[in-house]
Design a protein around this ligand. Structure first.
Ligand code: 13P
Length: 254
């Protein structure tokens, strides 16, 4: 089934205004030179840059996303950002449940689910992140962990049209280590199977829902990863901070 690849850049806590705007305009230039790209692209800058980067990418075909949102619509939550605020700035996506949020802020699957549902309510597409730690993989628990996180984090009302899953093994993030292509495909196939049980297997459910891989994706390994049958794009950290590298990864989807 045809799933259009999504290449998502997670800038994490990187970039002052000048850096973010330079990166965004370098990507916009490349997108303008492209005739009929074979991928969708989204950049997720830190909150301070969302508005500025949004203005820079407006009308370019590059979408905008946040890196997190609160589970409540609004209210007394000092320092947090609501999904509607991101939508108001032109965001179409928001990452929820990234392993760095799960670790740094002790976010649970239940909280991630509520955040994803808040995103849906605001008209945003949540990119719901799941993935095992090194010790969980070493213990042979990868499949159970991923299944459990998916079951606990998937929002009610999820469909192929409104939700994206990102499989990011925690031990592959920022380490230069990646699972083998066989290991990645095995987990993605499991995720698609679980989604099929929950949403049905057709285009509107598991058949059409995009599952991204994230964790040390670089231009050198993106080709083999993006060619796997159940990989529908990437969630890119470090390499998304360099326009040439990020673009080269996207071009692997051609
Ligand atoms: P790296 O690409 O830097 O490994 O980060 C992956 C990631 O966490 C994207 O969300």
């Amino acid at each position: 089934m045809a799933r259009r690849p999504l290449i998502a850049g997670n800038w994490k806590m990187n970039g002052l205004r000048g850096d973010g705007l330079a990166l965004a305009s370098a990507l916009v230039q490349r997108m303008k030179a492209e005739t009929g790209p074979a991928f969708d692209m989204v950049v997720c800058p830190p909150f301070t840059l969302v508005a500025g980067v949004g203005a820079a990418v407006a009308g370019s075909g590059i979408a905008l996303g946040g890196q997190d949102c609160h589970g409540a619509e609004k209210g007394a939550h000092t320092g947090d950002i609501g999904a509607a605020m991101l939508a108001d700035l032109g965001c179409a996506f928001v990452i929820v449940g990234h392993s760095e949020r799960r670790t740094d802020h002790a976010e649970t699957d239940a909280q991630v689910k509520v955040k994803a549902e808040a995103a849906l309510a605001a008209g945003l597409t949540p990119i719901v992140c799941i993935g095992e730690t090194a010790s969980q993989r070493d213990a042979g628990d990868t499949m159970e962990v991923v299944k459990g996180q998916l079951a606990g984090s998937l929002p009610e009302g999820a469909s192929a049209a409104n939700t994206v899953i990102a499989y990011e093994p925690v031990w592959a993030i920022g380490t230069g280590r990646t699972p083998t292509t066989g290991e990645v495909q095995e987990v993605h196939a499991l995720i698609r199977g679980e989604l099929a049980a929950r949403l049905g297997g057709g285009e509107g459910g598991a058949g059409g829902l995009r599952i991204l891989y994230g964790g040390s994706v670089k231009p050198a390994n993106a080709g083999e990863l993006m060619a796997l049958p159940d990989i529908d794009g990437g969630l890119i950290g470090g390499a998304s901070l360099n326009a040439d590298d990020f673009w080269a990864i996207a071009e692997c989807c051609q």
